[in-house]
Design a protein around this ligand. Structure first.
Ligand SMILES: [Zn+2]
Length: 318
C-alpha cells in the first residue's frame, strides 16, 4: 500500500484523501486534498503539487484533468499529488496565506512547529521527498505571462543538468534558468537531491484553458519520458532566459502595450506608452536590451514607479 494522509492505494489503484496540517482559527482541521496513484508495476515516484500561491489555479486545473486520466493499471511507479497546498489563501483567492501573510514558496523546506505556512511547507516537503522528481505547478499570478518552466537551483548546483532536462521534457517552449530566492521548493528539492521544476503556466484570473492544456501535456511528457507510462516524447529545443529586465511606469496614467506576450523585442523598440485619462500620451517606454516580452500587468492604470512589464534577457536555446 502507498499512503499519503488518508489516501491509501494498493498497486493498480488510485485513492484520494486528505493530509492534515494543523487547525484553522475555529479549531477545525486543515486538510489538504491529496491523491495517490499507485502503479500496477514498480518504478519511480513523481510528486506534483498545485496552488502553492492561492490565486494560481491553472496548476489545480492540470491536477483536476491529469489525475482521472492516469490509469494505475498502466502506470509503473507512483504519483503523489497535493491538489491545493496554500489552503488558507485558496479559500479567499489571495496569493499569500492570510493567516501569517507569508508567500508559501518562501517557506520551504518548512518547519513542522512553525507558522501555518511553514507547517504546510514541512508536510508537503515530506511528501515531496519520497519522490524522484518534483513538479511544483505555478503561474504568473493574475498578471499576463508566457507559459514557461523555471529552474531555480542555479547553474552551479550539482542537479542543474537534471533540472534543466526535466524542464525540457515538460516542454512549455520557454525556460527561465535563474537561481531563485531562499525558501522555494524548486531550490529546497534539488538541495535534498531531487530534481525539481516550477512550471509557470501563464497568468490569469481563474482558469486559462490553453495554459492548463500545456501543463497537462507537460505532465504526461514527464510521465512518459521517465518511464511511468509507455509512449514516446518528442523533446524539443527550449528558449532559455537567464533573467529579466523589469519596467516601471515613468508617469501615472493608463498603459497601452506595443508588444504581445512572447514577442521578440530589440533594444530601442517601443514596449508601452502611458496616456492621461483623455488619451494624451505622457510617456513612451522602449526596451533597454534585446529579449522576449515575457510578462505584463493586467490592469491598465498605473502610478509613477509602478510595475508594468518584464522582458526576459540573456536568451539562448538548449
Ligand atoms: Zn506562484
Amino acid at each position: 500500500m502507498t499512503t499519503l494522509g488518508t489516501a491509501n492505494a494498493a498497486p493498480g489503484e488510485t485513492d484520494t484523501g486528505r493530509l492534515e496540517v494543523g487547525e484553522t482559527r475555529d479549531g477545525s482541521p486543515v486538510r489538504l486534498p491529496v491523491a495517490v496513484i499507485n502503479g500496477a508495476a514498480d518504478g519511480k515516484t513523481l510528486y506534483v503539487q498545485a496552488v502553492s500561491d492561492g490565486d494560481e489555479l491553472n496548476g489545480l486545473g492540470v491536477v483536476n484533468r491529469v489525475v482521472p486520466r492516469i490509469d494505475p493499471a498502466e502506470l509503473s511507479g507512483t504519483v503523489l499529488v497535493v491538489g491545493i497546498v496554500n489552503y488558507h489563501a485558496f479559500q479567499v483567492a489571495e496569493h499569500r496565506n492570510p493567516i501569517d501573510d507569508t508567500k508559501m514558496n518562501r517557506a520551504y523546506p518548512g518547519d513542522e512547529s512553525g507558522t501555518t505556512s511553514e507547517r504546510i511547507a514541512a508536510a508537503t516537503f515530506e511528501a515531496a521527498m519520497r519522490a524522484d522528481l518534483i513538479l511544483d505547478l505555478h503561474q504568473g499570478s493574475t498578471s499576463r505571462m508566457i507559459d514557461e518552466v523555471r529552474v531555480r537551483c542555479g547553474p552551479r548546483h550539482r542537479l542543474h543538468g537534471d533540472c534543466l532536462r526535466l524542464a525540457k521534457v515538460f516542454g512549455c517552449g520557454y525556460v527561465l534558468d535563474q537561481k531563485g530566492p531562499d525558501g522555494q521548493l524548486a531550490r529546497a528539492g534539488p538541495d535534498e537531491g531531487v530534481p525539481t521544476i516550477d512550471p509557470e503556466l501563464g497568468g490569469c484570473v481563474g482558469w486559462d484553458e490553453e495554459s492548463i492544456r500545456k501543463g497537462v501535456e507537460g505532465t504526461f511528457n514527464v510521465l512518459r519520458y521517465y518511464g511511468f507510462l509507455d509512449g514516446d516524447v518528442e523533446v524539443e529545443t527550449q528558449t532559455r532566459s537567464r533573467g529579466f529586465d523589469q519596467y516601471a511606469s515613468p508617469a501615472g496614467g493608463l498603459v497601452r502595450f506595443k508588444r504581445e506576450i512572447g514577442a521578440e523585442v530589440s533594444r530601442g523598440e517601443d514596449l508601452f506608452e502611458v496616456t492621461d485619462v483623455f488619451g494624451t500620451v505622457k510617456a513612451n517606454v522602449t526596451a533597454d536590451s534585446d529579449g522576449i516580452f515575457w510578462r505584463s500587468r493586467r490592469l491598465p492604470q498605473v502610478a509613477s514607479g509602478e510595475y508594468v512589464c518584464s522582458v526576459a534577457v540573456d536568451v539562448d536555446s538548449y
